[in-house]
Design a binder for this molecule. Structure first.
Ligand code: ATP
Ligand code: ZN
Length: 299
């Protein structure tokens, strides 16, 4: 099929972002076939194909116009951008929006017994990382001079091997650091998965599809938090109950057969509904509370 007419999205082939990225595409309505070892997933019901690649290659593929869109960590976007700038190359990709998954932070970590008293403690030392531009930029902004040791992986064992004194690496739970007797001391960058695009204008039909997909992504992000809540309430308690309903605008009030005192209240809550909220609603007089997941939403 003509590349002129089909959007191509670069997604990590196998790693932490893969399942979430493919799931997001499916929730936007894409049906695709994915064979074993297949690099290109052909969209069967939309003019959109998914190219499976290493995450580090995604900004380049978008920059080089091989792909129109990409899903990649903000950490990679930041590093690539600084890298392109250092080489005097225009970073030809644009960040469209954060995607609410793949959250992590790029942090400085020191060995457990290291006496850390602020960034000055690493002055003159060696920092191992796979993000040399980001670390160099942070050092410059912090006014610290340290040697950046660029590694391609296994950064967390560098101090034990004597290759560096401290490290700068991605952290989410901190369990990897702990297992390697390291302690997180500074956050250099907060990150989550991002949708990026080529800044080159696309043919109109592709731009139209891109706009539709962006709206669907907004819809998907809304529903992950949204709940549909139903309850019975005494009329007198309605003001208090409306106040307690989290993130809802206008609830639907429905009369109940056989009583004039009570009504049914239905509302879409654009936030998660926690047990505490249900308990408060009950204390305010609500009964027969029901919370349902919302599958699709188009604002
Ligand atoms: P590839 O083979 O595609 O190069 P990789 O080893 O670079 O894979 P992963 O470890 O799968 O990549 O991480 C991909 C992205 O997931 C990271 O760039 C980051 O944005 C995100 N991420 C979220 N949490 C973590 C974490 N705890 N450690 C590393 N990456 C994380
Ligand atoms: Zn990678």
């Amino acid at each position: 099929m003509d590349r002129e007419e089909r959007l191509r999205v670069a997604v990590q082939k196998s790693g932490r972002l893969t399942d979430h990225s493919l799931d997001l595409m499916s929730r936007c309505g894409l049906k695709y076939s994915r064979g074993k070892d297949q690099l290109l997933c052909y969209g069967e019901n939309m003019p959109l194909d998914v190219l499976l690649v290493r995450d580090d290659d995604i900004p380049d593929l978008v920059r080089e116009d091989v792909c129109d869109l990409g899903i990649v960590g903000g950490n990679v976007v930041h590093e690539k951008r600084l890298g392109f700038m250092a080489r005097g190359v225009e970073p030809l990709f644009e960040v469209l929006q954060p995607l609410d998954f793949g959250r992590c932070r790029l942090s400085i970590a020191v060995p457990d017994q290291f006496r850390y008293e602020g960034p000055a403690s690493i002055d003159g030392l060696r920092i191992a990382t796979t993000y040399p531009h980001t670390v160099a930029d942070w050092l410059e902004r912090t006014g610290i001079k340290a040697e950046v040791v660029t590694l391609s992986g296994a950064v967390e064992i560098a101090p034990r091997l004597g290759r560096a004194d401290v490290i700068c690496d991605l952290v989410s739970t901190g369990s990897t650091l702990q297992a390697n007797h390291l302690r997180e001391v500074e956050v250099v960058l907060q990150s989550q998965a991002m949708l990026i695009r080529t800044p080159v204008p696309l043919p109109q039909a592709k731009e139209d599809w891109l706009r539709r997909i962006l709206l669907r992504i907004d819809g998907v992000q809304l529903v992950t938090e949204s709940k549909y809540i139903m309850l019975h309430a005494p009329r007198a308690a309605l003001p208090e109950i409306r106040r307690l309903l989290p993130g809802s605008e206008y609830p639907t009030i429905v009369p109940l057969e056989g009583t004039t005192e009570k009504v049914a209240v239905h509302a879409v809550c654009r936030e998660n509904v926690f047990w505490e909220t249900l308990e408060s609603l009950k204390a305010a007089g609500a009964s027969a509370l029901l919370v349902l997941p919302v599958e699709k939403m188009l604002p």
